[in-house]
Design a protein around this ligand. Structure first.
Ligand code: GTP
Ligand code: MG
Length: 378
């Protein structure tokens, strides 16, 4: 919006046009109701009403943001015209404090992650992938709550299904209920892992009973929720749990197209003294490759190096793979989206304008009204 008429501006500010005309007059501008005001005049008036006008540096950005949301609309991707194929499920683990989330994640990793990865050393990159008879599953390492709250707050959907861990000797607790609510809000299917079955005080029936009250009815009781009894500590029931995850994933028909340019979500990121900005990414569609120009949240770069969850250098990462990358100009945030672009110039252009935008947003946090949203807000 380079200009607006006196009438339009008055409308947006919720004032009478005569009042605006008077203000303009006092500012030395003679105007009528239909008169077009230039940017300077609009700014002057807005300042009078304590409304800040954001600079219109965003014209390009709006277009590019659409591109950012859906990079597949460009020619190259359309031409390739390939079919989406099955991809591994991405799983989070949730549950009340001390019910065994971390123990379960470790137990699953210990039993399965080393298959075909002999000699690899576990790297904490925020997620890991297991291979069970040729079928892969990605587990998010971050506590389920964080994955749901911070990521969802940023509009990212990363989880295909969640394992709700409930200690059989403790039953349903406040954070169990919270976890159920998060998963329901996100429409993510739940598999219940009744943990600590090795304990003499374990009472799985009580867990089933209590969960019924929250809408999770076991298949054994005529419902449709899968319950698996496990001991994360002793590694019991883990194979069955994995089987159930694969079953639910199969029903969900999770798909992605490895032939397109990669996009996905930041799982975690930090500044490393030696390596610079380091980000763990979950590839959600396409294939990410070393050398790819990428926009990540408000930053950008070229993928310099990638390592997987066992510390191996990899050249590419397909759908549902977690990888840690270097080569970004800044540290992004968990939950940020990333998208690969055709060329570095475009990535840089978009990355820089998004960064500029972010700074702008911080600066104008008070009664921030852009000429764009001024028209929506009032
Ligand atoms: P927070 O991260 O603090 O929320 O806890 P958590 O859910 O990650 O629980 P964690 O895995 O740390 O386990 C808590 C305690 O329960 C630890 O002392 C574990 O050794 C123990 N524990 C976990 N699973 C089992 C199990 O299957 N059987 C028994 N007996 N103890 C278990
Ligand atoms: Mg833990």
């Amino acid at each position: 919006y380079e200009s607006a008429s006196v009438g339009e501006l008055a409308n947006k500010l919720g004032r009478e046009p005569s009042e605006i005309i008077k203000k303009l007059f006092l500012l030395g501008v003679m105007a009528t109701i239909n008169q077009e005001l230039d940017k300077d005049a609009i700014e002057l008036i807005c300042a009078e009403y304590d409304v800040e006008v954001e600079e219109e540096i965003r014209i390009d950005v709006t277009d590019l943001e659409i591109y950012f949301e859906d990079p597949d609309t460009d020619d190259e991707a359309v031409e390739s015209n390939t079919e989406a194929i099955e991809r591994p499920p991405v799983v989070t683990i949730m549950g009340h404090v001390d019910h065994g989330k971390t123990t379960l994640l470790d137990s699953i990793r210990d039993t399965k992650v080393t298959q075909g990865e002999a000699g690899g050393i576990t790297q904490h990159i925020g997620a890991y992938q297991i291979n069970s008879n040729g079928k892969k599953i990605t587990f998010l390492d971050t506590p389920g709550h964080a994955a749901f709250t911070t990521m969802r707050a940023r509009g990212a959907k990363v989880t295909d299904l969640t394992i709700l861990v409930v200690a059989a000797d403790d039953g349903v607790m406040p954070q169990t209920v919270e976890a159920i609510n998060h998963a329901k809000a996100a429409e993510v299917p739940i598999i219940v892992a009744v943990n600590k079955m090795d304990k003499p005080s374990a009472n799985p029936d009580r867990v089933m009973q209590e969960l019924t009250e929250h809408g999770l009815v076991s298949e054994a009781w005529g419902g449709d929720t899968i319950f698996v009894e496990i001991s994360a500590l002793k590694g019991e029931g883990i194979d069955q749990l994995i089987e159930m995850i694969l079953l639910v994933a199969e029903v969900a028909e999770l798909k992605a197209d490895p032939s397109v340019r990669a996009k996905g979500t930041v799982i975690e990121a930090q500044l490393d003294r030696g390596r610079g900005a380091v980000a763990s990414l979950l590839v959600q569609d396409g294939t990410l490759r070393v050398g790819d120009p990428v926009v990540v949240g408000n930053t950008f770069g070229r993928v310099r190096a990638m390592i997987n969850d066992v510390g191996r250098r990899v050249k590419e990462a397909g759908p549902s793979a977690p990888v840690e990358i270097t080569g970004l100009s800044n540290v992004p945030q968990a939950g940020d989206r990333f998208v690969v672009f055709k060329d570095e110039k475009t990535a840089r252009q978009i990355g820089e304008s998004r960064a500029g935008e972010a700074i702008q947003e911080q600066r104008t946090e008070k009664t921030r009204v852009t000429l764009d949203n001024l028209f929506d807000q009032m």
